[in-house]
Design a protein around this ligand. Structure first.
Ligand code: WT7
Length: 648
């Protein structure tokens, strides 16, 4: 099979920072002498005190330790704001586009400075100090970015929790990092529908048993009525009136924690992925510059939510560190109509557009007409992130959205990696639809077999990264043992990504998806164990097993097999009730798409659930179940097959 190849357009080769030869040379330099390479790149941000040590990292079993620029002193908010003021005080930093097309805001770097300082002062007045954790549960409004940067300014550690998570999920995240302060809004607004954020915060706090939240700062967004707890809750706009627009940026060490972001794994509760200051910012800024070929004056739009790492690195920190204009969108792709993304691009003359395959596939279903009635003439580059992009969606994105003019950067990375690790560079890399192509500077990907042996040349196996890079997570908050266990024990001495991968004869990487019990639903990561424990928490459920299956829009859908307590009748009502239950326990992104009542689950004689078989049945591949000789009761499988749920 030959892959279709799209060469670098001539004008791109000319204008881009790097062409193919420059990429090759820089990549080789980054591996030949990482110390010298990163010593140089570290200078792309400003330091209050310079670093003398660049890289001090070890992936050694039982002794994983990752430090970059460790004796440098800096501040992320200073670098994203103050540093730019002499040259770009009046340049727009953030364009905000509201859920309703009539609403927008333009925030200059000077205004960003003033807003962030005010926000920081409001937090300071509530005793937020260097190192304190602050939970942010916000809609996509500029105040979400102000709050993040305000924390960074004080050296406080933010934990942004996606606004779609339930009160339960929020409570466990507040409690895990013991946040004494929560920042939220009255309500969010998405696709014309209100999201009761403050009410969810109240419900979450009511569930906390181990810690007390001292302050809830509430930003007014919709003006909807909310309960305000005297002594605990404060309106942001009232508190902000009492403070000045000046607040010194704390001097923090390069390895001072910047943020925690919770992400699902294959076992247990979500892990608090911890990122620190210096290396993270250098890496976010550098990847934003080269992968998106960001030039002065470009209007850049990433459609992610700030509740995910993509929003952290490529809406807020990377772009602002580069003095860019970054667009923040409150709404959804199909409100008021399917043309919304393209209308926003025309309205704000967006040059660089970064979104997720699931959004592309959903819009593709609406046909070309909603796209073709817009101009999109400002677009120069398209990006994709979150899951493998199927070649059909890639082609549509390229042909219909980009009018065959715009390269697509398919960027592979993870919450843990802090920034993009494998991606084309638009002026340097010939594209193959569906491939994330080649490694970024300093990244050493390896394809390994089940024993961990690195495979040469074209090969398929598991993806590991052989050495550290500055944007890498440093630990699981409060649990370094779990960090080492999760990422460095499968293939000792190497970072295990959890992804399967193929490398072709041109050295291009093709990510094939997760190889652990994590599923990727619409570009969002969901641990099957988490959905299972939500299901078994229901009084009528005795056992549950959850797997992924191919879903035309979401990439993967959630398929749940549920065994009921004896004597409980499996009814349609109960099926609906269980789906709603999971939504309430975790959040809408965890709702099972299909739920099958299973009188028994396929188990080995030692009682282990054979997920491989459940996956095959969910994928409709039951003609090919593989080895079933270890099944304790083969009849269980026939029952599951005959009652499998229909995919539309
Ligand atoms: C997992 C990480 C980091 C951005 C958002 C997701 C999958 C991500 C790609 C891509 C194929 C991709 C991987 C990865 N993934 N980008 N371009 N091609 N797969 O972050 O929630 O931490 O999930 O998303 O499976 O491990 P995340």
């Amino acid at each position: 099979m030959t892959d279709k190849i799209y060469d670098v357009p001539a004008e791109w080769a000319k204008r881009a920072f790097l062409d193919d030869r420059a990429y090759q040379a820089k990549y080789e330099a980054s591996l030949r002498d990482p110390e010298a390479f990163w010593a140089d790149e570290g200078k792309r941000i400003e330091w209050f005190e310079p670093y003398s040590v660049v890289k001090n990292t070890s992936f050694a079993p039982g002794n994983v330790s990752i430090k970059w620029f460790e004796d440098g002193v800096t501040n992320v908010a200073w670098n994203c704001i103050d540093r730019h003021l002499p040259t770009r005080a009046d340049q727009v930093a953030i364009i905000w586009e509201g859920d309703d097309p009539s609403e927008q805001r333009h925030i200059t770097y000077q205004e960003l400075h003033d807003e962030v300082c005010r926000f920081a002062n409001v937090l300071r007045n509530r005793n937020v100090e260097k190192g304190d954790r602050v939970t942010i549960y916000m809609p996509m409004i500029p105040e979400a970015a102000f709050a993040m940067l305000a924390c960074a300014r004080l050296g406080a550690v933010h934990s942004v929790v996606f606004g779609g998570f339930s009160p339960d999920s929020l409570a466990s995240r507040i409690s895990d990092c013991s946040s004494k302060v929560v920042i939220t809004a009255d309500e969010g607004l998405r696709g014309g529908r209100k999201v009761p954020l403050k009410a969810n915060v109240d419900a979450a706090i009511a569930k906390l048993t181990d810690i007390e939240v001292d302050h809830v700062v509430v930003v007014r967004r919709t003006g909807g009525t909310v309960n305000m707890e005297p002594g605990r809750d404060v309106w942001y706009h009232e508190a902000a009136e009492l403070v000045t627009r000046h607040c010194p940026a704390a001097h923090v060490n390069a390895e001072h924690p910047l943020f925690i972001l919770y992400t699902s794994g294959s076992t247990g509760l979500p892990k608090g992925v911890l990122h620190t200051t210096g290396g993270y910012l250098v890496y976010a800024a550098m990847t934003h510059q080269y992968v998106f070929d960001y030039h002065e004056g470009d209007i850049y739009w990433c459609t992610a939510d700030v509740g995910w790492v993509t929003g952290h690195s490529y809406i807020v920190y990377g772009p602002l560190a580069n003095g860019a204009t970054t667009l923040m969108f409150e709404g959804v792709p199909n409100y008021p109509t399917n043309s919304r993304f393209w209308e926003v691009i025309d309205k704000h003359k967006v040059n660089i557009f970064y979104t997720a395959p699931t959004a592309i596939r959903a819009l593709m279903q609406g046909g070309d007409a909603p796209v073709k009635k817009t101009s999109r003439a400002s677009l120069r580059l398209l990006g994709s992130v979150g899951e493998p992009i199927n070649p059909e969606a890639w082609e549509w994105y390229h042909r219909v959205i980009g009018d065959e003019r715009c390269p697509i950067v398919d960027t592979w990375w993870q919450t843990e990696t802090g920034g993009i690790l494998i991606s084309p560079l638009p002026g340097a890399t010939a594209l193959k639809p569906g491939s994330a192509t080649r490694p970024f500077f300093g990244i050493i990907p390896e394809v390994v077999d089940a024993e961990g042996k690195p495979l040469d040349g074209p090969a398929e196996g598991n993806l590991v990264i052989a050495d550290s890079w500055p944007g890498q997570m440093r630990t699981v908050y409060g649990d370094h043992e779990r960090f080492m266990q999760t990422y460095f024990s499968t293939y000792p001495g190497k970072y295990f990504t959890g992804d399967g991968c193929r490398r072709d004869a041109d050295g291009y990487y093709w990510i094939t998806g997760r190889v652990d019990d994590v599923i990727n639903v619409s570009g969002h990561r969901m641990g099957t164990a988490e959905v299972e424990s939500a299901l078994v928490a229901h009084p009528k459920v005795s056992e549950a097993a959850v797997v992924g299956y191919p879903h035309t829009i979401k990439g993967q859908g959630i398929y749940a097999y549920v065994t009921l307590m004896s004597g409980i009748e499996p009814t349609e009502e109960l099926r609906k009730e269980l789906v709603i239950w999971v939504r309430q326990e975790i959040g809408p992104i965890a709702s099972p798409d299909l739920l099958q009542f299973a009188p028994g689950l396929p188990k080995t004689r030692s009682g282990k659930i054979m997920r491989r078989i459940l996956r095959k049945i969910a994928e409709d591949e039951f003609g090919n179940l593989g080895d079933t000789s270890t099944l304790a009761d083969p009849a269980v499988v026939d029952d599951l097959i005959s009652h499998r749920q229909n995919k539309k």
